[in-house]
Design a protein around this ligand. Structure first.
Ligand code: ADP
Ligand code: MP5
Length: 271
């Protein structure tokens, strides 16, 4: 059994964060484990409070996993504040951690700062160099690079600039861009060439946790032994099916669908 770890925040309503990651791992037939960095009180309409877990307990959670269990892939999501970031980086460095997928979560769809603005520098200097792949959406790539992103060319320029910060692969996601092509295009850069992952834009308000789901699907596929290009391709199909089958559970932005049978039917799972 392959094993994946998510280091992220808890989302009470289950659409994003730790909960989305564990559902995604399960749907891929990967055993899921979690290190909780922050507890949020949120629903489909907003985030109403955040309690940051102490750095001592974050370190102990990471040690508890790695001292005992082989981890095939790690996904990092909401990291909240500078001390949390420094602790995650220094603790992960103690172990020969492979396949690290970094989703640089900054602002929730409902507009709440899930990363304190002053912690951006630590995310760039401490976590980016550890990552196998980073998956910023367009606004996050803008914050990291200072480049205004309105086109595929802008995404490519930002991907190159982020690559130069020391990460092996960069996937700039285009879900937030309204491109003339009416496609959701993600751009992957590996330091040499670009690859483009496209799907039709699905008209729905229910996109809570799409970034969390995509990054944990990439981590699942890396854990299963796929290379980066194939893992991103499979994960893009997974998130597209998850959004196509998204649904309303409250009054606001609903979650995507993690149902094993859907992915099996689409031929996305090996068994
Ligand atoms: N309406 C949509 N239709 C199809 N794909 C989408 C849609 N919105 C986002 N995506 C895809 O979902 C994934 C997550 O993207 P995005 O929403 O940009 O991330 P985030 O949740 O981090 O803001 C990307 O692969 C993106 O292309
Ligand atoms: C704990 C946690 N992690 C990440 C997100 C981002 O998800 P979204 O961008 O869909 O709001 C979130 N809302 N909550």
């Amino acid at each position: 059994m392959k094993k994946a770890l998510t280091i992220a925040g808890s989302d009470t309503c289950g659409g994003a964060g730790i909960q989305a990651d564990l559902k995604t791992f399960s749907a891929h037939g990967v055993y899921g484990m979690s290190v909780i960095t922050a507890v949020t009180a949120q629903n489909t309409q907003g985030v109403f409070g955040v309690l940051d877990v102490t750095v001592d307990i974050i370190e102990k959670q990471i040690d508890a996993i790695f001292d005992d269990i082989d981890v095939d892939a790690v996904k990092i999501g909401m990291v909240s504040q500078t001390d949390t970031i420094k602790t995650i980086a220094s603790t992960l460095k103690k172990y020969s951690t492979k396949n690290i997928v970094l989703d640089p979560v900054m602002i929730s769809k409902s507009g709440y700062d899930l990363l304190k603005p002053e912690a951006k520098e630590a995310l760039i200097s401490e976590l980016i160099p550890l990552a196998t792949i980073i998956t910023p959406n367009a606004p996050e790539a803008e914050v990291i690079t200072g480049i205004k992103i309105e086109s595929i060319q802008d995404m490519e320029e930002a991907a190159k600039k982020i690559y130069d910060l020391g990460v092996e692969n960069v996937l700039v996601k285009g879900g937030h861009l309204s491109l003339e092509s009416k496609e959701a295009i993600d751009v992957l850069y590996n330091g040499q060439d670009f690859r483009y992952y496209k799907s039709p834009i699905i008209e729905t308000k229910n996109t809570h946790g799409t970034g969390c789901t995509l990054s944990s699907a990439i981590a699942s596929n890396l854990a299963l032994g796929n290379n980066i290009e194939r893992s991103v391709e499979l994960a893009k199909s997974y998130i597209t099916i998850a959004i196509e089958n998204s649904f309303s559970i409250g009054k606001g932005v609903g979650p995507t669908h993690h149902f094993y049978e859907l992915y099996k039917k689409a031929g996305l799972l090996s068994e």
